[in-house]
Design a binder for this molecule. Sequence first.
Ligand SMILES: NC(=O)c1ccc[n+]([C@@H]2O[C@H](COP(=O)([O-])OP(=O)(O)OC[C@H]3O[C@@H](n4cnc5c(N)ncnc54)[C@H](O)[C@@H]3O)[C@@H](O)[C@H]2O)c1
Length: 304
Amino acid sequence: MTEPSIDKVNNILVVGAGAMGSQIGMVCSLAGYGVTVQDIDEGMLEKAQEQLRARMARNVEKGRMEQNEVNAAFDRMSFTNDLEGSASETDFVIEAAVEKLDVKRELFGKLDEAAPEHAILATNSSTIVSSQVADATDRSDRVCNMHFFNPALVMKCVEVVRGPKTSDATVETTVELTRRIGKAPVVLSKEISGFVANRILGALRDEAISLHEKGVASIEDIDTACKTALGHPMGPFELMDLTGIDVGYYVKMARYEESGDPKDKPKKSVVEKFEKNELGRKTGKGWYEYDEQGRKKAPSESEV
Ligand SMILES: NC(=O)c1ccc[n+]([C@@H]2O[C@H](COP(=O)([O-])OP(=O)(O)OC[C@H]3O[C@@H](n4cnc5c(N)ncnc54)[C@H](O)[C@@H]3O)[C@@H](O)[C@H]2O)c1
């Protein structure tokens, strides 16, 4: 068997051209790698290219990047719906397709058959640990999680999660690739749902909600404490409104179903918001209220 190694990584295949996959592809090509972005949906491939071109044009306009650097990155990139063809020429796969286990398992089976032996198959999934897809392949030792944060062009952290069968060479190669694309690797030696960053964020959120439910402080003051005492760019309530209160609700429900521990259930006030469809910015009201332009209004009386 050919062991994976960073020296063999020249071409990267990103599967899925959505919010994450398109930007992960751009990050890798800006770092000098040949990149293929694959998606089953032609429309998504077109949209990804348009959005990346517009975003890169803004970066050039603002003097953050040189035009020739951007041109060279696009020259190294291709977009396709051919999975098997692109997998056969890749040295490293980052799967960022839709968050459905059956879709990912089928993809990993196909990728395993088509990709060269030395290629690592990594998944960017936020909730599916790699052992759940590794057994759809004959290369469990070369499968791991490589979890980027949104927006991938901006956020530095990448969690590299070792599955029970992941080899040292796979972890070392993935960590080194993470560094070479300008990101900060965080290695998890074992699988755990939520990984590190989102678990810590979840704990912070739970405490913030609990302080609010106990009547200790208003949501606005709790957000102020996080921003001005802890240096967070946003308070936990502001962040929940941005990402969607329903997203947090589903994550907690999934964790509760997995653990059976009532402590993992969504908190009472979150359930209330969810049931009232007060999901944050997208519905105009969450913890805060928003005007038509999406600007935050003062917290309503009932929340304080
Ligand atoms: N959005 C986030 O904040 C975030 C952050 C970190 C990780 N993730 C993970 O990244 C992955 C993608 O999330 P996203 O937000 O980019 O989703 P998205 O819905 O924006 O994109 C998913 C893409 O997958 C494509 N797709 C579906 N089935 C496919 C198949 N069989 N083959 C190839 N492409 C297929 C869809 O056409 C779509 O373009 C998920 O696993 C998610 O857990 C998301």
